[in-house]
Write a protein that binds this ligand. Sequence first.
Ligand SMILES: Nc1ncnc2c1ncn2[C@@H]1O[C@H](COP(=O)(O)OP(=O)(O)OP(=O)(O)O)[C@@H](O)[C@H]1O
Length: 246
Amino acid sequence: MLKVTNMHKNYGDLKAVQGIDFEVRPGEILGFLGPNGAGKTTTIKICSGLLLPTEGEVTLCDYDIVKEPTQAKKQLGYVPDDPFLYEKLTGRQFLEFVGEIYDINPQNRHQKIEDMMEQLELTDKADELIGSYSRGMKRKIALMAGIIHSPKVLLLDEPTLGLDAVSAKKAKDIIKEMAYKKNTAVLLTTHVMEIAEQICDRIAVINKGKLVAVGTLEELQQKAKDGTTLEEVFVNITKQQTSDLG
Ligand SMILES: Nc1ncnc2c1ncn2[C@@H]1O[C@H](COP(=O)(O)OP(=O)(O)OP(=O)(O)O)[C@@H](O)[C@H]1O
């Protein structure tokens, strides 16, 4: 599971994340919602070990991401919003390479790649260079690379960005499978309210670097007092906090 305690991140004078605490339990999908610049990507990058926090602690299955990065990263799958992929490799070669890094035995690796390619409808393009892929196809490869080793903690930054409706549905199914069949703790950021409503067990709302609400959709509806759709709840909660801050 993923545990974040009193996380702060400053970029120079800018306090991008200001003391946030949350947990994602095994088998749970937590959606991270917030306006542009709220601190979502910063938080997810700190959880992945790509950025150091200014203060606070992140543990993945009880391994501290700063003090025990090797152990912590073994538990982790991370799909950034701007994934780095080797464009001179084919999709299949890239996934074989990632699978080898995670020490997955060749038989299982080949099968897993076949299955994922089939599920995300990329089998026809598996042996073409990643450099020739569309943006959506690249994102599918990044998602496959993030889950190939069945991580215990999965971090997804805008997982359906650039995917067509059918592919987005398949990506959501894969994310649900990871949580509900493999017991993975999933943290995802999204701007798409439907995704939060459809697949997240709990939702955390972040605004100006602070967590302003965490709970199920029903709990957030009560907190917002007004509004029934998640979009209305989100607007009300962030508006309330903005006026509280002055
Ligand atoms: N490398 C950086 N250097 C300086 N400031 C940064 C850096 N990265 C992010 N920021 C600032 O930190 C704040 C939080 O940014 P972050 O990318 O975490 O927000 P976000 O919630 O992911 O936004 P979006 O929804 O627009 O992707 C913003 O004000 C942003 O300008």
